[in-house]
Each structure stands twice: as C-alpha cells, then as structure tokens.
Design a protein around this ligand. Structure first.
Ligand SMILES: *Cc1c(COP(=O)(O)O)cnc(C)c1O
Length: 473
C-alpha cells in the first residue's frame, strides 16, 4: 500500500489521509487540502483509457489519490453504482459541433447539472468510510439552486448520512425546488428559509461555528471545496481527451467557471500528465477571474444576477488551491493573500504568479448579450441547444483561443438546457422539455419544512432529525 498524505494550503493544519480529508472538508487552519505530491501517469497508462467504460477510468484515477485506503474492488463497485444513475451509456458523452469543436455533456445525471458527477460518488465514498468507522454524520448545506438538489439526490437513502439543505423560500426555480422536495427518503430534508441565499449561508456558517452543536450532530460539508469532489471531476478530462486522440495529441478545454472546482480538476489532470493545449476560464459578467488573469489583481465586486446563476460569484474558493501551486507551494504566501482578501476584498498575486497564471490559463468574460447570441448561433448552425452556462464556455473559447490550428477543443456543458427553461424560452422562443426520465418531477408531491431565519429554530430541527445525535459522546 502506498501512502499519500494531504496538506493544507495554509500550512498549519494536521496532515491527513484521504478518508479524513473526505470527511473534513475545510482544513482546521481555514485552508484547503491538496495531496502532498501529484501522482503522474505514463503516456501508455493514459493511452489505455481510450474506449474504457467511464467507471473504470474513474477507478484508475481515484485510486491514485486514496493512498490505498479504499480497495480497487470497493472503488469499482461505488463508481459503477454512482454512474448507473446517469441517463446516458457513456455517462459524459461528447457531441461534435464542427470540425474541431466538441461539447462534453456533463448533465446526464439525476439533477441535470455536472455536480451529479462528483456528488453521486462522494455520497457512496462517505457511506463506505462511515460504515467502516461505525459513525453517522449530518450534512448541512445552503443552496441557491443546483448544489442542494444534487446533494439530496446523491444522499437519499444513505445509511450513514442525514442531509439538511436550506434554500431561500420563493427564490429558486420550480425545477430546482422540486428536485429537493420530491425525494421521499426520510434522511433528506429541504428547508425553505424565510430569507435570501446569503441568510441561508450565514445560518450554515453559524452552525459550523457553534462547536457544541457541531460535535453533537457530527456536522459535515459537501460543498465544492471538498477534495473528493475535485478528484471525481478529473475523470472526464481523461475520458474526453483520450477519445479525441490524447496522449498522441493535445486537447483544449473551455470550462464554465464559478468556484474554480471544475477547472482545477482540469489543472490536476494536466499535472498528472494529460497533454492539455489550453484551459479556458469561462466567466459570465461576474468576471473576477478573467480580470485577475489580465491584471494580476484579484478584486471582489458586487455580484450581478445573470442567466447563468451557478457562476454568479464574487469569490472562487478553489482558486486558493491553484495559488498554492503557482507560488511553489508557499503557504506563507497563501496566508498573506487570503488575509488581505478578508481585510480589503482584494490582493495582488505578484509578478511571478501572474506570469504562471497567464501561462496556465486563458480567460474570457461573456456578456448576457453574447450568451443569447451564442445560443441562437449554435442552434442555427448546428441544431444544438445549449444552456447559458455552456454558452459562456463556447463564447469564451472562441475569443480566448490560442491552441493552434487543428487542436480539438472541448466545451464543458455543465447543465441541461431544460434546467433553465425561462432563459431558453426568452432567447430561442422555445421551452426545452425535461428529459422523459424526469417525467413525474413536476407532478410528484412535495415535502419540505418552512422555518424562519433563526439559528435556534434551524438547529432544533436538525437535532431532531440527526441520527448522529444518538451516538455522540
Ligand atoms: C456549479 C456550476 C458551475 C461552476 O462550477 P465550479 O466548479 O464552481 O467552477 C458551472 N455551471 C453549472 C451549471 C454549475 O452548477
């Protein structure tokens, strides 16, 4: 058994193994966990992925990160189960739009967004580790839309995890709400909070900061900084690239980016040896990352609401992992810039890191007008309907490209157009229908709790539902 430890980007938290990192989420020093060393694959190993079933590639990738703590047999069983929930035999199929442009459809999971790819596996990994330890945990999260549904779908029926998701009452779409409120298993709970998404997030943060409560219910998180979610996303970069001829030629990817988790998985694939010609950070009008690539200054501004709400962010949490790498793993540098961000909402990355950043990524910010034009153009030229997040990826790739003639470029499609029917209807005049397998979503009975924006009320609800309370010391 090889051992692989994880270290924090801020340098003072304890080194942990894969299973502890999986359950911990954020490190105790406020940093994010990364492996002590990046595993490398040989060209032959990469070539051998071509044509393999998705779960088999997933096992080969994830196995490099577990330090032997989970057997390949167990990983294989979990991966096959996780990806059997997808509505396409290829799990993440590639669709060709023109000579060298492809769409990688990551939205065939149960909630029609790419978060299912990681969340379905994460739920099974957590159950597996908790089963070994004889423990339960309570997962609490806030959602503005996609993450809550993906978490509830993935964890419904979990033997070891109870899930409570807070969403702002009346402020998520019908489809998004129903994905959280129609599952019938009694270990998953959706709570409509009388407040905004920020209120929901503040409640979750307050629960994590209430240490007595946190220990009592064994609180755990599954947000995008969870390392296991990143690892699970590395798989589709290898699957898509080898299908298009890697490692014998290199491939460019354009990634609709919010919290920087998905594109960081692409950076990890590159560190593992996958030849990637370009990684394009695609943003909407919330352009903090493209500005940083251009100027070397990371500066928060107010969030603008767009038709691609999952990218409406002012902080990209996983960017911290990249900064750690680009600074030569300098945890003092990371502590410094994160301190400056907390204090003055900005920091400068410095000349050296700025140069690395420009070498590693292209970036493009896409306006709402461009999103609409892109969706119409691709529909007219290729009879292909893409959602607004994917359209940002397409438009950013077109302006940012530096990958040379004939390099295949892959646009990651992070959501099914039917998940954003109002935006699509406005742009194309047609409402995209839900896939048949979600046929009952709009008529199934809903079940959810309504609670005031009040910490004590929410904590009381969680305590009565958490199985972990009965085993707490
Ligand atoms: C979460 C999400 C994104 C952003 O992904 P990050 O990993 O946070 O960068 C993009 N598109 C959709 C549809 C999403 O749900």
């Amino acid at each position: 058994m090889s051992s692989l430890a994880y270290i924090s980007t801020r340098g003072t938290a304890m080194r942990l193994g894969f299973e502890d990192v999986l359950l911990a989420g954020l490190a105790r020093d406020g940093g994010l966990y990364v492996p002590e060393a990046w595993p490398r694959l040989t060209q032959d190993e990469i070539a051998s992925f071509a044509g393999l079933p998705f779960p088999e590639v997933a096992v080969s990738i994830i196995d490099r990160f577990t330090g032997g703590s989970i057997s390949r047999d167990d990983l294989g069983r979990m991966a096959r189960e996780a990806y059997a929930t997808f509505g396409h035999a290829a799990v993440t199929p590639l669709v060709q739009l023109d000579q060298d442009t492809f769409v990688l459809e990551l939205f065939h999971g149960p909630t029609l967004a790419f978060k299912d790819v990681a969340m379905q596996l994460l739920a099974r990994l957590m159950d597996h580790v908790l089963e070994k330890r004889g423990q339960h945990v309570t997962i609490v999260g806030a959602t503005s839309g996609d993450t809550g549904g993906a978490a509830i779908e993935a964890f419904r029926g979990s033997k070891r995890c109870d899930v409570v998701i807070l969403f702002p009452d009346g402020r998520v779409s019908d489809v998004q709400r129903r994905m959280m409120t129609t599952p019938t298993e009694d270990n998953v709970h959706a709570i409509a909070i009388d407040g905004t998404f920020d209120d929901c997030q503040a409640l979750v943060k307050a629960m994590f900061n209430d240490h007595a409560f946190r220990d009592c219910v064994h609180l755990a998180g599954v947000n995008s900084i969870n390392w296991a979610r990143i690892v699970a996303q590395v798989t589709y970069y290898f699957v898509a690239a080898t299908a298009l001829g890697a490692p014998h030629r290199s491939i460019a990817f354009s990634v609709p980016t919010g919290n920087f988790g998905d594109i960081f998985a692409g950076d990890v694939a590159r560190r593992m040896g996958l030849p990637i010609a370009d990684l394009v950070i695609a943003s909407n009008e919330n352009d903090i990352l493209p500005r940083t690539v251009e100027t070397g200054i990371y500066e928060m501004r107010d969030v603008v609401a767009t038709s691609s709400p999952s990218m409406d962010i002012q902080i990209s949490s996983n960017f911290e992992r990249y900064l750690f790498e680009a600074s030569g793993r300098d945890d003092g540098f990371v502590r410094g810039v994160m301190g400056s961000l907390a204090q003055s909402r900005r920091f400068e990355v410095g000349a050296e890191v700025a140069q690395r950043l420009r070498g590693d990524f292209s970036a493009g910010a896409v306006s709402e007008k461009q999103v609409a034009e892109t969706i119409r153009k691709v529909k007219a030229e290729s009879a292909y309907v893409m959602d607004p997040h994917t359209a940002c990826g397409y438009a950013a790739a077109a302006t940012a490209r530096r990958d040379g003639h004939g390099t295949p470029r892959v646009i990651l499609s992070t959501a099914h157009p039917a998940k954003f029917p109002d935006a699509l209807e406005q742009i194309t005049g047609e409402r995209p229908p839900l896939p048949a397998r979600l046929g009952n979503l709009m008529s199934d009975p809903e079940r959810f709790e309504r609670l005031p924006n009040d910490l004590a009320a929410v904590e009381a609800f969680v305590e009565t539902r958490a199985r972990a309370v009965r085993e707490a010391s």
